[in-house]
Ligand binder design. Structure first.
Ligand code: FEO
Length: 135
């Protein structure tokens, strides 16, 4: 699991952000697997939280700008991930983060990008105002 080329949306900025998310998750998985100090795991979770907040905000702004009909459901999906991530981050202060937890984050990203993110692409592409900037 992780980034594969079939996750490309064709929207350059979004694709770059998705790849950064997988890079952070890979570092997190490595820290958990190698049994690094708890701080390495915790700070990878902090980094993931910060970056995912930016990514979700950018994506939601794009969908809102283009009146995407699936916006509310997509936001709910993002919120669910953020809630679980916040729980894992909190957990990491008291106890070890398990490989199952990082696997869940990884799988969620693969499924979400492959299904929910890919679902908004045709809508954004047919909206005239984005055809050029989104490449
Ligand atoms: Fe790329 Fe909806 O997260």
């Amino acid at each position: 699991m992780g980034w594969t080329d079939n996750l490309f949306t064709g929207i350059h900025e979004i694709d770059l952000q998705h790849q950064v998310l997988f890079d952070i998750v890979a570092r997190l998985e490595q820290a958990v697997t190698l049994d690094d100090k708890w701080s390495a795991v915790h700070f990878a979770l902090v980094e993931l939280t910060n970056f995912v907040n930016v990514h979700f905000a950018v994506e939601e702004a794009l969908m809102r700008l283009h009146c995407y009909p699936g916006l509310e459901a997509h936001i709910a999906d993002h919120k669910m991930f953020s809630t679980v991530l916040a729980e894992i981050k909190k957990h990491s202060i008291r106890e070890d983060v398990s490989a199952e937890m990082t696997k869940w984050l990884n799988h969620w990203l693969v499924n979400h990008i492959g299904i929910a993110d890919h679902a908004y692409v045709p809508h954004l592409r047919t909206a005239a105002i984005v055809s050029t900037p989104l490449g």
